[in-house]
Design a protein around this ligand. Sequence first.
Ligand code: BDR
Ligand code: CA
Length: 304
Amino acid sequence: MTRVVLDCDPGHDDAVAILLALEHPSIDLAAITTCAGNQTLARTTANALRVLALAGRTDVPVSAGRAEPLVRPLVVAADIHGETGLDGAELPAPLAAADGRDGVAVLASAGPETTIVATGPLTNVAAALQQGARPRRIVWMGGAIALGNVTPAAEFNAYVDPEAAAAVLAAGVEVTMVPLDLTHQLCATPAVQARIAAIGTPVADAVLGLLRFFETAYRAVFGLPHPPVHDPATIAWLIAPHLFGGDDRFVTVETTGEHTRGMTVVDVYGRLGQPPNAHVLTRVDADGFWDLVLAALARHAGAA
Ligand code: BDR
Ligand code: CA
């Protein structure tokens, strides 16, 4: 079993990551912490609680972290995730409230038995490392080797809090980075959506509604026919690393560039002469990934 604390900003693809982590026997989801990103902290926290309610689960505590990036004002992604952060599905009301603990403190208590999975901006994780967190490893969906998505240079999670991303990558903790180059291979195609529809449970129906909203947004903003489902790749890598391939690279983050704020600079050719600080995933068996995700969705009994 891999003990996981999931720091997230649900968010359509974060919601799928939560549902995968909840329903795989090799993942012990010890806690969820929430960050500001796709929407405000209040909304991402409410959304995490509503996803747990959808799954009928009250055994995973949710703790809210920081409401703002380390040094910059928050930028949200309402164009992609809607005004609620989870537009497209009627999710149930939360079954419980957030537990009142500081999400950063929860992450800071992570020791070598815990893997931190981060699927949003790294604000909370960077703050927790400053407070002494020493997790087994950090698995982060964020960054890009090639094209960004919020700007031509920068992926959203890196763009929102580049200082945090830079700090995490410089912290000396083992990092696995799941960039856009990988997640754009994991699109919710019509075939994937048909398989989700065939499951026919309230959990699967809600996920389908979320993915349809996500698809409309990706078409409108990027002209992509089907949306990449980024965040569950982090959990899937922990469950089934044989489905993925990557390389150890030196990665740093642009914090001052005029046009390149939040760009993850991945030294593919080793030109900077720096030791690697991240394992950067670039290859994935997409069919194997979807088999894993859809099997987990099908196992969800959902709310009683
Ligand atoms: C990342 O940004 C968010 O919109 C998604 O939830 C994902 O974590 C993709 O760039
Ligand atoms: Ca996210």
